[in-house]
Design a protein around this ligand. Sequence first.
Ligand code: ADP
Ligand code: MG
Length: 388
Amino acid sequence: MRGRGVFTDPQEQQTKVPTGGSYVSQARADGFVVFDRVQKSYDGEILVVKDLNLSMPKGEFLTMLGPSGSGKTTCLMMLAGFETATHGEILLDGKPINNIPPHKRGIGMVFQNYALFPHMTIAENLSFPLEVRGIGKSDREAKIKRALDMVQMGAFGNRRPAQLSGGQQQRVALARALVFEPELVLMDEPLGALDKQLREHMQFEITNLAHNLGITTVYVTHDQTEALTMSDRVAVFNDGRIQQLAPPEDLYERPANSFVAQFIGENNKLDGTVETINGDKCTVRLDDGTLIDAQPVNVSKAGERTRVSIRPERVESNPDRLARDAHLVEAEVLEFIYMGDTFRFRLRVAGRDDFVMKYRNAQDQRRLSAGDKIRIGWRPEDCRALDA
Ligand SMILES: Nc1ncnc2c1ncn2[C@@H]1O[C@H](COP(=O)(O)OP(=O)(O)O)[C@@H](O)[C@H]1O
Ligand SMILES: [Mg+2]
């Protein structure tokens, strides 16, 4: 199911096709869920969503990931129809969402605080969205049974929410969002209140259910592991904008800017100035004078300031494994942490004490200890020269 995205970068979808005198983008015409230049202000002054362009194909599992306050919930609320966009348009299956009454939108929703009705039994909780949609009694019973079985809660129909654990309640909330067979499900930090083990189990259940039922899902979280493991694509939010929209592997391997690089996974950052650029390779003079190899991503000419980003597992302490002309960097081992399957080293590099190198615990690996002076390097493509 992965990699079914229509496009990976909102800036790329500039192909305009004329329709009846006005111009809409190709993505807008094709997507099942479309945000088209959406802006939102609550107070008429500050934009909390600044310029949102997003097009999701049917069946996609898309996660909005970002720090608190970056506008994720606001986007979900606009899609659900509880908030209106200040500018721009949101479309569901080609139709502007404002024109569709809420109960006809076919959207199921799950939130962090379950929001089950406490005075109703589990079965009654699931019956409610069906009654609202005018579905008859025998149909309701069949659908309720099927939805509860789906989340392994078939035996609990007669209990009340208070008689269930947090995880069970969250499963019921999921069943209630799915019971009327919505085409689109929105989930806002639905697992935030659960402990780690249950959360990981539910992550697996939710993605399986969504994919098996072919449901289009917009999932909101501030947890990057959750986003990477569950999603077909992830939209990284910061300050009301999508910083990068890409499949998990692209986000991790090819972060588009410094924000994404530091937000997703662990990453070493070093500041410097571009010295030479030659195609997809460049050299960067770090502020302490060290010269390193990098790949130009957000820099285009010598003299530009940059912040480079290198993953700890891409740092090489054996120069034999690098190209002969690779630039090597002096480093001192400050700390060695044995982590079982991996070794982790904190190094002093280019005047910084927080540089991390990590490698697999394997027979042929050199054991290093604090105080060792070593030389490290990396392949240019593993070191991304991003915005300063
Ligand atoms: N109902 C509201 N009225 C006014 N401001 C709001 C409201 N809801 C959210 N905000 C503000 O909008 C910004 C984005 O919030 P939100 O969408 O909840 O972010 P997130 O879900 O990413 O944490 C925040 O600055 C928040 O304070
Ligand atoms: Mg939120």
